[in-house]
Design a protein around this ligand. Sequence first.
Ligand code: SN0
Length: 315
Amino acid sequence: MKHFLNIHDVNDLNALVQEALNCKKNPKADQQIGNNKTLGLIFMNPSLRTRLSTQKAGINLGMDVMVMNFTGEGWALETNEGVIMNGDKAEHIKEAAAVVGSYCDIVGLRSFPTLKDKAQDYKDHVINAFMKYAGVPIVNLESATVHPCQSLTDVITIEETKKTAKPKVVLTWAPHPRALPQSVANSFSEWMNRTDYEFVIANPEGYDLSKEFAGKASIIHDPDEAYKGADFIYAKNWSSYENYGQILSQDENWMVDERKMNLTNNAKFMHCLPVRRNVVVSDGVIDSNNSLVIQQAANREFAAQAVLKQILSNG
Ligand code: SN0
């Protein structure tokens, strides 16, 4: 693996999942692989799990790890080409990426979408600029369109937990007070498309994901119907793709609750976190024995480790 930007960088998904499960069994087995190598993690947005799990993964592999928050700490970055930089942006992404790359052997980057300009966001311009100018392998720590480290974690967690070979997995939209990226949902969907699970996306009208990411998923606009017989309920809010970045619904019937979970095949509950309790999911569901959220978060470490290991092994 050269870079880890999205599912297209993964040749053999089963092998990558097995690699992560091996890392989980013995996290410190490959401490020599990353010796004398530096991992730089750059955050343009907040992070808890991504930051700590990727840092820990690097440490497990013997890497030195540097972390920097750009928001408030770095110079405000200009990302457009050919502009006269006489406004509030002090540094161009061309120099910033090249400089970060000069200190690091691998760079991880988080950069959320603006949710204002769909065409610009869906070009994934910021992470692509890092790819172009950093000169080292790039790991996507959630970009404008996808969050592959989370999706790999999700597949690992389903593989660890599933009771049938081809479980029914439902990605359900849930209400939220703020407009959020489509990245986690897009990414989960494109990774589910690479499995042989039965995959359903449930969302209100106006919230269909881009077809490019939804792929072969069945799209259902009625939550009760979608939940029937499900083995996994994966909740996430996203803002509208069609009416780009907008909040079209706050309908609390879409919150994951005990009543709808009772329609499932004793489904496990999943969410990438952070989660708004009693908006996205009821306390009763997230605190139940069927909730996988902590296991999912713990698996982030080994997903990141498997990815870093494959990149380091490529030399
Ligand atoms: C981010 C998102 O993409 O939805 C990160 C998820 C891993 N989530 C949020 O920004 C949640 C913020 C909030 O106010 O709840």
